[in-house]
Design a protein around this ligand. Structure first.
Ligand code: DCP
Ligand code: MG
Length: 395
């Protein structure tokens, strides 16, 4: 499992010569309500973006294409355009939105594959299910990108765990940027693609952004970039340093004021996913070799149940339905579900049910398995009541 080195500034790093800049004021970014309601805690957030997403999915479907320059898009014979290109193809200067004909000119031995959006949506959903199972608040903003409030603990380590989970459970590579606010996290996730993780410490936002080209700041489009370039504003730091008069002449109105604030690493937009908005949380594992040992399968399910229980507790949720999924070596899938009268959140009960459901399915078809998974659904807010486990009925 390879993780690229993090770019982590040490805490308390000085902001360079002269008087230290004032710390940006506290913001409500990455702020999630504490159980009970009133008090809030401030958390670091992450922006996650999958690497060469459509191409990465196609490489799973056509492993024989690995290592070759791959273009996903319309046909170069017609008026097709490039949706995305593998990193191998990007070495030839192939980019999203370029005509496929131009892509073929740049790399005559590139392989072209037509996009299959339905499949990409499925892979996207699998990815975001994994992220939602790990983070208390998740706001997906595109098919392959979104923001998450990081769980408690060291932000870089927590982000690395999310990255690892996406790689292991979905088998996709992603890059993450960790910061105190959305705009900085988004810029950071793009710093070390593919497979990168970049952490910007709180207080280091403006210094991190300053040397970067101004077009890398989200919100600066080609038109604004041209205007700024003509006035000698080349970097995000140049934009951050504009006085009110120059800013108003170059980028009049609220747009200018907002972009200058962003250039300073100030962005008040919250991560706006509601906790518990997910309708299900699941976890699954594809084995290196098919597994038939019942004890090993049970141990795997219990490990997943632990993770699901932790995720439910973190989000203040309980689940009423447990589902076990099995995939056989011939890729056929079986699922078994059980629904309870009240919600549960503890690892042991989820694990017990998951194992029982597995046994039931294996009773009908006792083969080795390629994959097992556990999901919980029927999610609802936890009620502060200790109730015994009710009699269960099957669904
Ligand atoms: N996409 C598209 N047309 C574009 C841009 C993107 O169809 N002009 C699709 C294909 C991409 C997906 O959206 O795979 C995600 O877009 P990204 O900009 O995140 O690009 P990639 O994920 O492909 O590459 P990167 O590693 O740079 O994120
Ligand atoms: Mg991407």
């Amino acid at each position: 499992m390879s993780l690229s080195a993090s770019w982590v500034k040490s805490e308390g790093h000085s902001t360079g010569g002269g008087a230290p800049r004032p710390r940006p004021e506290r913001r409500n970014l990455g702020t999630i309500p504490r159980a009970g309601g009133q008090a809030t805690i401030e958390r670091m957030i992450a922006h996650l973006d999958l690497d060469a997403f459509f191409a990465a999915v196609e490489l799973h479907r056509h492993p024989e294409l690995r290592g070759k320059p791959l273009v996903v898009g319309g046909t170069p014979a017609g008026r097709g355009v490039v949706s995305t290109a593998s990193y191998e193809a990007r070495k030839y200067g192939i980019r999203s939105a370029m005509s496929s004909a131009e892509a073929l000119r740049r790399c005559p031995h590139a392989v072209f594959v037509r996009p299959d959006h339905r499949t990409y949506r499925e892979w996207s959903q699998r990815t975001w299910d994994v992220v939602r199972s790990m983070a208390p608040v998740v706001e997906q903003v595109g098919i392959d990108e979104g923001y998450l409030v990081l769980p408690e603990g060291d932000p870089g380590e927590q982000a690395a765990l999310v990255q690892l989970a996406v790689r292991r459970r979905v088998r996709l590579s992603c890059s993450l940027g960790v910061a105190s606010c959305k705009v900085v996290a988004k810029v950071a996730s793009d710093m070390r693609k593919p497979g990168g993780l970049t952490v910007v410490v709180r207080g280091g936002e403006a210094e991190f952004l300053a040397p970067l080209e101004v077009r890398r700041l989200p919100g600066v489009g080609p038109k604004a970039e041209r205007r700024l370039a003509a006035a000698g504003v080349a970097t995000i730091g140049d934009l951050a340093g504009l006085d009110d008069g120059r800013l108003a002449s170059l980028l009049p109105g609220r747009v200018g004021i907002e972009l200058r604030a962003r250039a300073l690493g100030i962005d008040p937009r919250p991560v706006s996913g509601e906790p518990g908005e997910a309708i299900s949380i699941s976890n699954e594992e594809t084995f290196e070799h098919d597994v038939s040992d019942r004890a090993e399968l049970h141990a795997e399910l219990r490990r997943m149940a632990d993770g699901l229980a932790a995720s439910l507790r973190r989000r203040g949720l309980v689940a009423r339905t447990v589902t076990t999924k099995l995939r056989y070596p011939d890729f056929s899938i079986a699922t078994r579900s059980q629904t309870l009268n009240i919600g549960i959140e503890d690892a042991e009960t989820i694990g017990d049910l998951a194992c029982r459901l597995l046994d039931r399915a294996l009773g009908q078809r006792p083969d080795a398995l390629r994959l097992v998974g556990v999901g919980v659904s029927g999610l609802e807010r936890h009620k502060q009541l200790e109730l015994p486990l009710p009699p269960a009925h099957s669904a």
